[in-house]
Design a protein around this ligand. Structure first.
Ligand code: SF4
Length: 219
C-alpha cells in the first residue's frame, strides 16, 4: 500500500482504520468481570501479566469474600495474597490492592475517584489502569488504554513510532477523536488477541489489511 503523504490522506486512512475496527469488533468491551469501578480496579491490578480468563476465575470468589473496599483494607496483604495466588506476582498485587483500598477509604470516601490526577495517587494504578477504570468503569475518556496489544498494533498500523506507552498514548490521543478513545482500546485489544497476534498475525482475515504496511505482515 502507498503510504499517505498529506494530512488529509493520513486522516482518511485513520478513519478507514477506525471503520474497519468497528466492522470487525462492533461490540468490543472490557473482558474483566466487575460490578462497579472498585471491582474493576481490583481486577485490572490482578490482570498484570495474567489472562483476563484467569482473573475472572479468581474474582468471583474474591468479591464474595471481600465485598467492599473496607473489607480489602482490613485484610493483611499476606493473607490476601493466598486468595489471588493463581494470578501471579501475588505478593505485589496484594500490597497494591490493600494499599488502594486504604487510599480510597482515607482520601475518597470509599469510592474510586473520577479524575486521572486522583487515580494516579492510588497504589497500583498507573496510567493504563487509571484509563481502564475511568473509561470502562465511569465512561470518562481521559486517555487511551495502552497495553501490550495497543503498543504492538499502533506501531504496526504506523499510528505511532514510539515504544514508550505514555508517548504512544500521547500520539493516539492527538489523532483519534476523544469520543472514540474508550472503544478504540477495547477493539485493538480484541484485535490483538484474535488476529493481530504478536507472531504470525492472521492478516488474510484482517479487514484493515489494505491499510496496513507493517513489516511483519503475513499477507
Ligand atoms: S494486516 Fe496483519 S499486521 Fe496489519 S493490522 Fe491486520 S492482522 Fe495486524
Amino acid at each position: 500500500m502507498i503510504r499517505p503523504k498529506t494530512a488529509a490522506e493520513r486522516a482518511a486512512r485513520l478513519n478507514a482504520i477506525l471503520a474497519g475496527l468497528d466492522e470487525m469488533y462492533p461490540q468490543a468491551a472490557c473482558a474483566l468481570l466487575h460490578n462497579n469501578p472498585w471491582e474493576l480496579l481490583v481486577a485490572t491490578i490482578l490482570s498484570a501479566q495474567c489472562t483476563d480468563k484467569r482473573v475472572n476465575a479468581v474474582t468471583t470468589a474474591l468479591f464474595a469474600k471481600y465485598p467492599t473496599p473496607a473489607d480489602f483494607a482490613a485484610v493483611r496483604p499476606e493473607v490476601l495474597a493466598l486468595d489471588i495466588r493463581s494470578t501471579g506476582f501475588f505478593n505485589n498485587k496484594a500490597k497494591s490492592i490493600v494499599g488502594a483500598a486504604k487510599k480510597v477509604i482515607a482520601d475518597f470516601g470509599g469510592r474510586v475517584p473520577r479524575t486521572m490526577e486522583e487515580m494516579l495517587t492510588i497504589p497500583g494504578a498507573a496510567r493504563k489502569t487509571a484509563n481502564v477504570v475511568l473509561g470502562t468503569g465511569y465512561g470518562l475518556a481521559f486517555g487511551v488504554v495502552v497495553d501490550t496489544h495497543v503498543q504492538r498494533i499502533s506501531r504496526r498500523l504506523d499510528l505511532t513510532k514510539q515504544t514508550d506507552p505514555v508517548k504512544i498514548e500521547q500520539d493516539l490521543v492527538r489523532i483519534i477523536p476523544q469520543g472514540g478513545w474508550i472503544l478504540f482500546s477495547h477493539q485493538v485489544i480484541l484485535h490483538g488477541r484474535a488476529l493481530c497476534v504478536a507472531r504470525n498475525p492472521k492478516c488474510t482475515e484482517c479487514k484493515i489489511n489494505s491499510l496496513c504496511y507493517a513489516k511483519d505482515k503475513t499477507a
